[in-house]
Design a protein around this ligand. Structure first.
Ligand code: TRP
Length: 349
């Protein structure tokens, strides 16, 4: 059983990384625990984290305080969501021996640093953050004080472990711009070099679309969850939309019009297997159902190592909790060191 290889890091990133001092070659990223993760998360994010943990010290945070910025009114499932996310990460191949995974709220120093950083951050910077504006536009209520601070809290996630590299999607670039501005402003104001200006690490991974052709998401019933069995995955893949013009089994198909299935072939099949599928579609040598069954086998093959790892931990939640506790202690030590330095340059007690 082998894992899919991580998507390559853009060549321009390689150059950027090479130019950094070693102390800044630390990776930090996070996710809000908002429910089960799906294959889109794996292909677009987790697979890259798995690759990074072999190259750099990595901190991966389950950002439960960030989840509270919008989901404060119903926290009944929060603890379960956190453990589910940790299990998804472990299943995906995040290795607690290599990377530090932890729960954000287990580190009070992050809250203290957030307070201090909020003092030096001009309100205008967060008020004009386009990513935050998008979040606010989706709200059904007034903007809260906590949500306004979202980019500052995210900045502290990164700066508290003095990370210089932040693997994120394009949607997070605006937040990261603020993080760079805050790091620079702090260093300048207190004449220090405590913080590296964090840089985004974008990868070449294309987004995996949902089985209905829309963005993969848990609310659309178009996602394959990492926790699903091989049979459930097969059943889901059978629902994928295909070339609408190919009605009868004997009709020749057009792979270009069968975007979803062929995007998945691109993501999961070696080139010859993908080319054969396209060829047999065009000549009607292969029907859509068979094509999807073969695809499901490929997807299930990619998910097999994840299922194996999940089985190791799923029966024993206490082990997952123990990993988070150990990771939290390690991350906390790094944050304490940062806080001590910050307080010293600010002449605080
Ligand atoms: N805002 C990020 C998201 O929604 C999650 C996040 C929290 C994060 N803290 C972070 C990402 C620190 C990168 C670094 O995806």
């Amino acid at each position: 059983m082998t894992d899919l290889t991580p998507a390559p890091i853009f060549a321009e990133n390689e150059k950027m990384i090479a130019s950094l001092p070693d102390s800044a070659k630390v990776v930090m990223s996070g996710m809000r625990p908002t429910g089960k993760l799906h294959l889109g998360h794996y292909m677009g994010v987790l697979r890259n984290w798995v690759g990074l943990q072999d190259q750099f010290p990595c901190f991966f945070s389950i950002a439960d305080w960030h989840a509270l910025t919008t989901k404060y009114d119903n926290t009944a499932n929060l603890r379960q969501d956190i453990l589910d996310m940790a299990l998804d990460w472990l299943a995906a191949g995040i290795d607690p021996e290599k990377a530090t995974l932890f729960v954000q709220s287990s580190i009070p120093e992050i809250a203290e640093l957030h307070l201090l950083m909020s003092m030096i951050t001009p309100a205008k910077w967060v008020q004009t953050d386009p990513t935050l504006k998008d979040m606010v536009a989706m709200l059904h209520e007034d903007l809260s004080y906590g949500l306004l601070g979202y980019p500052v809290l995210q900045t502290v996630d990164i700066l508290s472990v003095r990370a210089g590299l932040v693997p994120v999607g394009k949607d997070q670039l605006a937040h990261l711009e603020i993080s760079r501005d805050i790091a620079r402003r702090f260093n300048h104001m207190y004449q220090t070099d405590i913080f590296a200006e964090p840089r985004p690490l974008l990868t070449e991974t294309p987004m995996l679309i949902g089985l209905d052709g829309r963005k993969m998401g848990k609310s659309f019933n178009n996602a394959i969850f990492l926790s699903e069995t091989a049979d459930e995955t097969l059943a889901k893949i059978k629902t994928a939309i295909t070339d609408p013009a190919r009605i009868k089994r004997t009709d020749p198909g057009n792979p270009d019009l069968c975007e979803v299935v062929f995007k998945y072939y691109e993501a999961f099949a070696p080139a010859p297997v993908r080319d054969l599928a396209a060829e047999e579609c065009k000549t009607a040598a292969r029907g859509c159902m068979d094509c999807k069954k073969i695809l499901a086998e490929l997807v299930n093959e990619a998910m097999a190592p994840m299922r194996e790892r999940r089985a190791l931990y799923a029966g024993d939640r206490s082990q997952v909790e123990a990993f988070l506790k150990a990771g939290g202690e390690k991350a906390r030590a790094a944050c304490q060191e940062t806080l001590t330095k910050v307080k010293a340059v600010m002449h605080l007690f």
